[in-house]
Design a protein around this ligand. Structure first.
Ligand code: UT7
Length: 330
């Protein structure tokens, strides 16, 4: 049976840097509060109308394809994870396909928010193991900035989120350097604890009449999400380790979805991991949802923090609630 490996990585973030100080000019917040509660110093927010979620994903994908040494025509399936698609429909996968000029391969959109990249990676892994495809492009891309409540009312949500895109080429391999396992979960009873409710089929756009209607901005029950996140991250990391009879000492690098630095630090402490076993970059980019893991993975890889044979653990938790992990032997 073929196995799958990450053959190429790339990421793209918009040029426009928004610091915590910049945010203090538009809402009642402070650099101290944001750094202390989230670890974030700055994030990227798109300020170019031409830049869409699919276009940022395309830029990241081009880099990942180039890094893999393959040609775009070698890609036989596209998986696009996002909670901020260009359009209500169609999905952003087909738009990326158009941008890249890839002909008639399948394109699938994944709607699993912060866990979207892990879900996409898992789908790619299974398709490759089944022999159906050989080279799958997995993309996570988000533009949050346009949909945030940037007034003081929305401060507990809007200071966290950033825009960006990351991509991986997942390819068939016979080598032992491969994705060892993936683990996916969800708990729909908490779907509304972190959500954008409108517009939707339950509230079509023509019913949104009042400007002060908060329900078309992201809502997050922050403390509740935090408490669930720390539990689920730990569970799903151990699920992955146990599957391969590995221990926390065997982890060379843990990359969690960059939701909040305090969450990552809590997990690190619980798992008794050293600083060199954990990679974080939320300080620079904020929480980029489906893009956060591929951006962080690419940065870690480009910084030579991952070498052949390393055990790399990826883990995500977020809206849905959904969560998941992937264990990779590099
Ligand atoms: O990516 C998907 C998964 N998402 C997550 O995992 C996020 C999980 N949650 C969190 O990261 C945190 O809950 C937040 C960063 C969202 C909030 O941090 P917190 O430590 O839970 O703060 P809080 O919501 O309990 O608010 C504490 C105080 C409140 O004031 P009072 O009531 O104590 O007077 C808030 O009004 O901080 C206030 N506050 C702010 N102050 C300055 C909330 N947001 C801000 C802000 N600037 N931006």
């Amino acid at each position: 049976m073929p196995k799958s490996t990450i053959k190429g990585l790339g990421f793209y973030v918009p040029e426009n840097i928004v610091t915590n100080h910049d945010l203090t000019k538009i809402m009642d917040t402070s650099d101290e509060w944001i750094k202390e509660r989230t670890g974030i110093k700055e994030r990227r927010w798109v300020n170019d109308d031409k830049l869409s979620t699919s276009l940022m994903g395309t830029y990241a994908a081009k880099k990942a394809i180039s890094d893999s040494g393959l040609d775009k025509n070698d890609i036989d399936f596209i998986i696009f994870s996002t909670l901020s698609p260009d359009y209500y429909f169609p999905g952003s996968g087909v738009l990326l396909q158009k941008n890249l000029g890839i002909k008639e391969v399948g394109a699938l959109d994944v709607r699993n928010q912060c866990s979207g990249f892990i879900y996409g990676l898992s789908i790619a892994d299974q398709y490759i193991k089944s022999g159906m495809y050989k080279n799958i492009l997995v993309v996570g891309s988000e533009i949050h900035s346009g949909g945030l409540d940037k007034s003081s009312r929305g401060r507990s949500v809007s200071v966290i989120f950033g825009d960006g895109a990351g991509a991986a080429v997942v390819s068939a391999t016979d080598s032992d350097s491969c994705i060892l396992s993936t683990h996916l979960h969800s708990e729909g009873k908490f779907a509304e604890e972190l959500a954008v409710i409108k517009p939707a089929t339950t509230f079509w756009i023509d019913k949104i009449v009042k400007n002060d209607d908060e329900s078309y901005f992201p809502y997050m029950n922050g403390n509740f999400v935090f408490k669930n996140a720390v539990v689920r991250f730990e569970q799903v990391i151990f699920e992955a380790l146990n599957y391969s009879n590995l221990k926390t000492e065997d982890i060379n690098l843990l990359i969690t979805h960059q939701a909040n630095l305090r969450i990552s630090q809590y997990i690190q402490k619980r798992l008794k991991l050293t600083d060199s076993q954990v990679f974080n970059n939320i300080m620079k980019y904020g929480n980029t949802t489906a893009a956060s893991i591929p951006i962080a993975l690419t940065e870690a890889y480009q910084s030579n923090l991952i070498k052949k044979g390393d055990i790399v653990v990826l883990a995500a938790f977020g809206s849905g609630f959904t969560w998941g992990s992937a264990l990779i032997k590099w």
